[in-house]
Ligand binder design. Structure first.
Ligand code: PLP
Ligand code: COI
Length: 338
């Protein structure tokens, strides 16, 4: 990897050496298997292809100044994949097996972990799919769990510089009591049309509204939303958003910094009162928002015109990324050292 230009990496797929797989058959999970193939060979009637029995996760590994590799909050991702599995009736993978697979795949691909200070990291993508052949709408009896890794740079091309997002009432990513709180592929399929339209119009992402009343902020396409007002960290509470592990971490860090955390419904009009706003997620890390445009009402909510992240977002960003790469103490045991 000597001639890799790590700092130029975008958020894309690059082939690595190995992936790790595990099959659920006859009512039980088998042993972890290592593969060097990027291809999976599955039945044409597999439920993942027809009925969307698919869930995925996203987490990252970071190289520290000390050369050690750190994986951020993998237990949380393991638990969330179980919640996704319950939501769409798939077999639940034990959290310990999830963790074991993540450690194994990172170890096997250690040469792809980007160096400290490059701004890049190793993205870990676990997925779980229904393999069993069915034509009727019912859960599969066989499943495959797979984890691959790929080195990535920033998800949004602005990185930690402000980007703009838009609201469009004609699109939802999830139904009010649907699958918004779990990480299943169908939510992302449902977001593609709006996401592409937003990009055509020059926005980084869509800020979705609550699908029931369209009165409150939900979340961005691939990330949660939070805002800063005075000493308060404000983030939506909703029945249709993904519980972000990054957001959960930031709420803790904000509290530790002496801020008040408010997790509650956030009405659209409140956007006019925020001093800073941002998207947060594993891929997005913290991506500050310069403005939110309401495309139906022709209104803009502007947070900054200086193309610089706000002071609170900057502090949170430094703290979070500091813990992830080992520059800051890890008082909550969020990091697993390889
Ligand atoms: N919301 C959605 C819809 C996402 O896809 C993600 C990414 O995983 C997030 C929020 C952020 O979650 P996390 O911080 O756990 O990556
Ligand atoms: C992540 O942040 O890990 C995600 O899954 C977001 C996106 C790439 C779908």
């Amino acid at each position: 990897m000597e001639n890799m230009n790590w700092s130029d990496l975008s958020f894309g797929y690059m082939k690595t050496d190995y992936n790790v797989r595990c099959y659920y058959r006859n009512g039980k999970w088998g042993e972890l298997e290592v593969s060097s193939s990027e291809i999976i060979n599955i039945h044409m009637a597999a439920t993942c292809l027809h009925y969307g029995q698919e869930a995925f996760e996203g987490l990252k590994a970071f190289k520290g100044k000390d050369g050690k590799v750190r994986i951020f909050r993998m237990k949380e991702n393991g638990k969330r994949m179980q919640a996704s599995s319950r939501g769409i009736k798939m077999a639940e993978l034990p959290v310990e097996t999830f963790e074991e697979a993540v450690l194994k795949v990172v170890r096997l691909n250690e040469r792809f972990v980007p160096p400290y200070g490059s701004g890049a990291s190793l993205y870990i993508r676990p997925l779980l799919i229904g393999l069993g052949a069915q034509v009727g709408v019912k859960p599969a009896d066989e499943y495959m769990f797979l984890v691959f890794v790929t080195p990535v740079g920033p998800y949004f091309k602005t990185g930690f510089l402000p980007s703009k997002v838009c609201m469009m009432r004609g699109y939802d990513r999830a139904a009010p009591l649907g699958t918004g709180t779990i990480k299943v592929g169908g939510n992302y399929a449902a977001s593609l049309a709006a996401g592409e339209l937003a990009k055509e119009k020059g926005y980084a992402a869509v800020l979705y509204l609550d699908p029931k009343e369209k009165k409150y902020l939900d979340e961005c396409g691939p990330a949660n939303f939070f805002a800063i007002k005075g000493n308060n960290y404000i983030t939506p509470k909703s029945e249709s958003i993904l519980p972000s592990i990054t957001n959960k971490s930031l709420m803790q860090l904000a509290e530790d910094m002496g801020m008040t955390v408010e997790r509650r419904p956030v009405p659209i009009e409140e956007l006019a009162t925020f001093e800073e706003a941002a998207e947060c997620g594993t891929a997005a890390v913290i991506t500050p928002l310069s403005q939110v445009d309401d495309l139906d009402e022709g209104k803009s909510y502007v947070f900054t015109t200086t193309n610089k992240p706000g002071p609170v977002c900057t502090k949170l960003y430094q703290k979070l990324t500091g813990i992830q790469c080992g520059d800051e103490p890890d008082p909550y045991g969020w990091v697993t050292i390889l």
